[in-house]
Ligand binder design. Structure first.
Ligand SMILES: Cc1cc2nc3c(=O)[nH]c(=O)nc-3n(C[C@H](O)[C@H](O)[C@H](O)COP(=O)(O)OP(=O)(O)OC[C@H]3O[C@@H](n4cnc5c(N)ncnc54)[C@H](O)[C@@H]3O)c2cc1C
Length: 483
């Protein structure tokens, strides 16, 4: 097969029977017809169609090394600087399509799978079969253009004890049995975004394991189809209220569901396992394979697209109500511009300083990408704050599409116009600002950006520990000692 079209994505989804609990219902199929999912599923279909558009197909696809057919660029193993640029351009096309609001487009996990498969020898240390499994799985994902989600962390019951100790070790997903063909998993994982309409679930290593014998059942990495028997998703209340595009311009397109994941004695065949029972290996899963670097390359490209969107939006907003010339308004706009230019510089530096890793993969420099992923969770929080401050009461003078065409039409035209826009145009713009900074959809976006790579507090701790500060310490020490 080759890079999928939107129709092929939807056709596969219609054959899939994931178990999804949502608002008191249990679905076992029909995801693309359900009001909670049908709009975002259409948006994902549009992304797949872009792979075949005249404008984007050369960037979004490349020739498969096995079939020669065009396959998604996010699967491309970068060997040259041009490959890295092509990957970033492909990430950007998809990110622009959602203004960076879709966090789990396929290219995110594809980037991870590409790096993991390239480091197959690392998996083979524990068992040659694992090396072969990850390589084969990546090829399958690439050739079938699978959409994968992932789940990492144990449920948030009591963070004062390790995931392995929750409820006496009977809560977090763990291996409870091994048979001739594979392992059986029981328990839960906290969250998986896009789970109801993904093709596959990647169950990858959790937060750092201690390497004690008790950690063994919690140490694993595997991939299973989304409708594997015993796998259940509990979806949160949808933020797409099935309202018109005009009224909810973002939520009606980009609402990715988040689900709790329950494993009710799920059988995982050995050929779908990449690590089992080896805590030390699991702890090195992302860093030793460079997978975190390629994932972050995709994420920083996406957050750049999102920042460009916010800059465009704030520009339309301030022009519309004539507040561009006030200095504090300019200060806020400057903050968004600075964030954008910082992200662009990080991306450029990461690509310029890329090096070939031990598995022959040209890998972007980690230092700038690591800085970007530590900064953005906090920088993003300022954007909705700025939009709220500058939009002010205008964000409440936002009647719906039906009002614009209904009996209030003349009033809206007369009283809700702006310096540059008619009443209807201003309301349309302000509904977009509202969906970016006030709606439930926007709050979820802010939370998402904050926790995208894990808890920023613990991430900062790991950042400080891993950063080589010795040359700088020595320099200052030498200055102190200079006579
Ligand atoms: C919208 C959204 C979508 C998500 N999608 C996915 C997904 O698709 N797949 C996936 O695997 N995960 C997903 N996540 C989960 C994400 O990975 C976690 O939110 C993140 O790792 C933080 O973990 P936590 O939420 O369990 O917070 P907790 O670990 O419970 O932390 C809660 C608070 O307690 C503090 N705290 C807890 N423990 C410690 C400690 N040991 N030291 C210091 N402070 C501590 C934290 O600083 C934080 O303030 C998603 C999260 C969100 C919000």
């Amino acid at each position: 097969m080759a890079a999928r079209t939107g129709k092929e994505f939807l056709d596969r989804l219609s054959q899939s029977r994931p178990t999804v609990h949502i608002q008191g219902e249990t679905l076992t199929g029909g995801i693309q017809e359900h009001p909670a999912f049908r709009n975002v599923v259409q948006t994902y279909a549009e992304l797949y169609d872009l792979q075949h558009s005249e404008e984007h197909k050369d960037v979004l696809t490349y020739a498969s090394p096995t079939s020669g057919e065009p396959v998604g660029t996010s699967f491309l193993t970068p060997r040259t600087p041009d490959d890295l640029v092509k990957r970033r351009k492909a990430f950007k096309v998809w990110a622009d399509h959602s203004n960076g609001m879709l966090g789990r487009t396929g290219d995110y996990m594809n980037s991870s799978l590409m790096a993991l498969a390239s480091a197959a020898d690392w998996f083979a240390q524990a068992n040659p079969a694992f090396g072969e499994n990850i390589r084969r799985y990546y090829e399958k994902a690439r050739e079938e253009d699978l959409l994968c989600t992932h789940t990492l962390i144990p449920p948030q019951v009591n963070r004062a004890v390790a995931g392995t100790q929750q409820a006496g070790g009977k809560l977090a997903a763990r291996i409870v049995k091994e048979d001739d063909n594979g392992v059986v998993i029981r328990g839960a994982r906290m969250l998986a975004t896009i789970a109801p309409f993904a093709d596959e679930m990647l169950v990858f290593p959790s937060t750092v394991l201690r390497g004690t014998p008790e950690d063994k059942p919690y140490s694993y990495a595997f991939a299973i189809p989304n409708d594997t028997p015993g796998l259940r998703y509990i979806a949160r209340e949808p933020l797409d209220y099935d309202r018109p595009r005009h009224d909810h311009p973002l939520a009606s397109r980009f609402e990715e569901s988040d689900c709790v994941v329950v494993f009710d004695d799920v059988h995982v065949p050995f050929e779908r396992c990449f690590a089992l029972g080896d805590a030390e290996l699991c702890n090195g899963f992302y860093s030793q394979t460079s997978s975190v670097v390629h994932m972050t390359h995709q994420v920083v490209t996406r957050t750049t697209a999102k920042t460009e969107y916010v800059l465009g939006l704030v520009t339309l907003l301030t022009e519309a109500i004539g507040i561009e010339q006030f200095q504090h308004v300019q200060e806020d706009i400057a903050e968004i511009i600075t964030t954008l230019e910082t992200l662009r510089a990080f991306l450029r530096a990461a690509e310029a300083d890329a090096e070939v890793n031990e598995y022959g993969v040209l890998t972007p420099a980690w230092a700038p990408l690591n800085a970007a992923r530590n900064l953005y969770p906090k920088l993003y929080q300022r954007f909705p704050q700025i939009l709220r401050k500058l939009g002010a009461s205008g964000l409440m003078a936002t009647p719906t599409e039906l009002d614009i065409t209904g009996p209030a039409a003349a009033d809206i035209d007369a009283y809700l116009q702006s310096a540059t826009l008619t009443g209807a145009e201003r309301v349309k713009l302000f509904r977009l600002v509202w969906d970016t900074c006030i709606s439930a959809f926007s709050s979820r976006q802010a939370l998402y950006e904050y926790y995208f790579f894990g808890d920023p507090v613990r991430m900062a701790g790991a950042y400080v520990k891993s950063y080589d500060r010795e040359p700088h310490r020595a320099k200052v020490q030498a200055f102190l000692e200079r006579s």
